[in-house]
Design a protein around this ligand. Structure first.
Ligand code: ADP
Ligand code: MG
Length: 414
């Protein structure tokens, strides 16, 4: 059961109590594409529908009947704006100092990139920027450009007491268990390594981070990343359907709130993830591949396979925790793939997380669609532990008291 999110505007209690929160699971069924409905009728029949309660997905096929309930199920006719409306609260949590993650999971061709970025990968054109704080988006813009616009709207609000704000962006691709900086020309950059530092958590060393002042800056970086991805695809022979991409925004803000003493410093991270296609690889076809291609396929399987195992372990822990708050959690194999290491916080740590699972309605995708729904079902039992990321201001009176205590103890020792 999802608990209420901690209230970001409530006065700081002095205690950072993490609130257990379920991963929110949204399902989106895309429409049949024109070439699919032109083909033979076997593909053209769509066998997946959503019920009027907006929660239940129903599969109706001679070989399979199934109904499952999620937090929200979007019918084929849903617009990009309707999808965004359901994740807007997550975006607002982020600008209020909470970590947040939105990730898209599903088979290749089911609409992950369309949902996250927009058609053809980007719905952002330079000509659509209407000034630094008013990026005008195409109606087909996906979750990422829409989130960016909302983030800067929030950060420019006059009533929040924000006196200082810095935002920076990075964009990384995981391909074949290697990390690539999407904001650098792929012809002049090589793969990067993940590191972990106490206090700093997990980070990618050497990854470019760009400071952004407004939505226009940020959208330009999305576009740059998309262009570099296209270059990687032509020059390095990578396939976007086999890579994961992570667009990250970090915001650090200082607020002086009405009636409150002193300032509050909040630092939060927002991960927007477009995963590689979740489909199983046909081993009969794999035999025709060379060693590089097989290693690539195995690694893609490794990352998604590990993601599946992490979700399963976390779901198990979530269910055990509901029954017994002292239950000992099972091991979660985050370290076994690059993707899960990068997403560790988003999956089982301090992050408000939304999963958008995308489905093709076509009958010949049924098996993969059922497997996506199973993944989504498990993800729904996963709990994250959300808390406000507030840097404590220094309490000078306390420091003085502790210093005199240290002096007293030293004197005693002598
Ligand atoms: P994925 O990233 O999951 O491989 P894409 O987002 O590239 O899939 O979508 C595959 C194709 O389907 C694209 O041509 C895309 O424009 C189209 N498509 C996906 N979702 C929708 C949708 N909701 N409405 C219309 N077309 C869609
Ligand atoms: Mg895609």
């Amino acid at each position: 059961a999802a608990s209420a999110e901690p209230n970001p505007s409530a006065p700081s209690s002095g205690l950072d109590i993490p609130t257990p929160t379920s991963i929110e699971v949204l399902i989106r069924v895309r429409p049949l594409l024109s070439h699919e409905s032109d083909e033979d009728t076997r593909n053209a029949s769509s066998c997946i529908s959503t019920l009027a309660d907006n929660r239940t997905i129903s599969i109706n096929h001679p070989s399979k009947q199934l109904q499952c309930e999620y937090d929200w199920s979007f019918p084929q006719s849903s617009s990009q704006e309707e999808i965004y409306d359901k994740v807007n609260s997550c975006v607002n949590s982020f600008t209020n100092g909470f970590n947040a993650t939105i990730f898209a999971y599903g088979q290749t061709g089911s609409g992950k990139t369309h949902t996250m970025f927009g058609p053809e990968g980007y719905a952002v054109q330079r000509s659509t920027y209407g000034g630094p704080n008013h990026a005008i988006l195409n109606a087909n813009a996906g979750v990422i450009p829409r989130s960016i616009v909302q983030i800067f709207k929030n950060l420019h609000r006059k009533d929040l007491g924000i006196v200082n704000v810095t935002a920076y962006v990075s964009f990384v691709q995981v391909y074949n268990e290697q990390l690539f900086d999407m904001l650098r020309d792929p012809r002049r950059s090589s793969s990067l390594e993940i590191h972990e530092e106490p206090g700093q958590g997990i980070y990618v060393s050497g990854l470019s981070e760009y400071a952004v002042r407004n939505a226009g800056d940020c959208l330009a970086l999305v576009k740059l990343g998309e262009e570099n991805r296209a270059i990687r695809e032509t020059h390095m022979n990578t396939a976007s359907s086999r890579s994961h991409s992570l667009f990250q925004i970090i915001v650090e803000q200082t607020r002086i709130e009405d009636g409150a003493e002193g300032e509050r410093v909040l630092k939060s991270k927002f991960n927007l993830v477009d995963l590689a296609g979740s489909e199983k690889w046909d081993t009969r076809k794999e035999r025709k591949f060379n060693n590089d291609q097989i290693s690539e396929l195995t690694n893609i399987n490794l990352s998604l396979y590990t993601l599946g195992r992490c979700i399963a372990a976390l779901a198990k822990n979530g269910k055990a925790l509901e029954k017994d708050p002292d239950a000992i959690p099972v091991h979660v194999p985050y370290r076994e793939s690059k993707l899960t290491r990068l997403l560790q916080d988003s999956l089982g740590g301090n992050s408000k997380t939304v999963l958008i699972a995308t489905l093709s309605p076509a009958s010949d995708c049924l098996e993969e669609s059922v497997s996506t729904l199973r993944f989504a079902d498990r993800a729904h039992s996963v709990m994250t532990f959300v808390k406000l990321n507030e840097k404590r201001p220094v309490d000078h009176a306390l420091v003085q008291r502790l210093q005199s205590e240290v002096a007293r103890l030293r004197a005693l020792l002598r």
